[in-house]
Design a protein around this ligand. Structure first.
Ligand code: SAH
Ligand code: SF4
Length: 375
């Protein structure tokens, strides 16, 4: 007998096609979506309004595969981090960040990451594999329904109002699994999130930014972290393939289809590396007039042996003031969950690295002279 299909792998169209393949009407898929994603049901027998024949087909040929929880940690500020087992020694992290009036889930797209940014704990760990659609969706499915029960929410109330693809991995290097997951997040019969509340964050995979614009435009965040190619080549190695100009041109094209009228530019503040007033002026010169952007300054979140320090607060404020004066809306990201290593860039999970990342990093120490950067 064939292995059962995992319903979490199916976007709305794929589920309709599967229903058709079972001899059912395509529209029945909507009922199944509502049971699974809106109500969090995992037992087909409980799906009481489904046609008997469809229930039998589900029982015989389908499954709902949750990810085993290796651990759960709750921060003093309510941020919750789950470590989820994806098999063969790999585990990914998923973080819930509660705020007044909203709940954000930070979702992983890969076990590890092949981009290898110097200041990112995930990047230092190397890469094992892409997650499947069902593994991306399972993070939301499990978190939403666990939290609803825990918070005692009524039917129809949501725990998670926003999703950011800012967990482990580079989402645009796992494009084929990402897009169906996004479609489920947006579908009214599944999670019904607005496009403005689903954000894909990327280190800058230019061709995939163009594809996302055509296939499923959601809010876009771009991890820039430097205002010149020489520095960005070192911090975010994918820059050697897609340099800053090409990346910003792709952002400008994206805006034509984007649900918001700006791109978020993420900029992690690294002491003595990318945080001088001159670098702030260069960043403003790059953005103003080329792409409507909001800059989100992220304090560097340390992890063992990172080799970087967080910029002092005064320097961050000065950097923000330069951007502000140039007319750029600039925000400072609040650090959440750092007491449980759940903040940006601290997610490490467990990765069976297949890319020998540790040895590569040891061979290539970063060469940035602080006195140059501060000029
Ligand atoms: N791979 C995607 C999304 C995951 S990382 C990307 O790079 O955009 C989410 C954000 O956290 C990115 O902007 C990333 O550059 C930033 N980040 C990585 N390491 C960090 C650290 N140690 N401190 C603060 N931010 C970090
Ligand atoms: Fe990968 Fe993003 Fe970390 Fe860079 S910052 S290594 S792209 S997860």
């Amino acid at each position: 007998m064939d292995r059962p299909v995992n319903l979490l792998d199916f976007d709305p169209d794929a589920l309709a096609a599967w229903c058709e393949g079972q001899g059912e009407k395509r529209f029945r898929a909507r009922q199944v979506l509502r049971w699974v994603h809106q109500r969090g049901a995992s037992d087909f027998a409980s799906m009481s309004d489904l046609a008997k024949s469809l229930r039998a087909a589900l029982e015989a040929n389908a499954a709902l595969c949750a990810l085993p929880v290796c651990s759960e940690q709750v921060s003093a500020d309510g941020t919750t981090k789950w470590l989820l087992d994806v098999g063969a020694g790999n585990a990914v992290e998923c973080v819930y960040i509660p705020e007044p009036g909203r709940g954000t889930l930070c979702v992983s797209s890969q076990a590890g990451c092949a981009v290898g940014c110097r200041f990112c704990s995930t990047g230092r760990q190397g890469f094992s594999r892409n997650l499947r659609t069902g593994e991306i969706v399972a993070q939301l499915w499990q978190a939403e329904h666990t939290l609803r029960r825990r918070l005692g929410l009524a039917d129809g109330e949501r725990a998670i109002t926003n999703v950011v693809m800012m967990g482990m991995g580079e989402p645009l290097q796992n494009y084929d699994a990402l897009v169906p997951a996004l479609k489920l997040m947006l579908d009214d019969h599944a999670y019904g999130l607005s496009r403005r509340r689903v954000t894909v964050s990327t280190s800058g995979v230019v061709p995939m930014i163009d594809r996302l614009r055509a296939d499923c435009p959601v809010a876009l965040a771009v991890s820039l972290h430097a205002s010149d190619d020489a520095l960005r080549d070192q911090l975010v190695p994918i820059n050697r393939k897609y340099p800053i100009r090409e990346l910003l041109d792709a952002c400008a094209r994206y805006l034509a289809a984007a649900p918001r009228d700006f791109i978020t530019v993420e900029y992690c503040m690294l002491d003595g590396v990318n945080d001088s007033p001159a670098q702030a002026r260069a960043l403003a010169a790059l953005l103003v007039g080329r792409v409507r952007a909001k800059v989100n300054l992220i304090p560097f979140n340390p992890f063992p042996d990172s080799g970087f320090d967080c910029s002092p607060r005064g320097r961050v404020l000065e950097f923000a003031a330069v951007l502000h004066a140039a007319g750029l809306v600039t925000t400072l990201r609040k650090t959440r969950g750092d007491d449980i290593a759940a903040a940006c860039g601290q997610l490490a999970g467990e990765v069976r690295d297949r890319t020998n990342a540790k040895a590569r990093h040891a061979r290539a120490p970063i060469r940035i002279r602080p006195e140059e950067a501060r000029a």
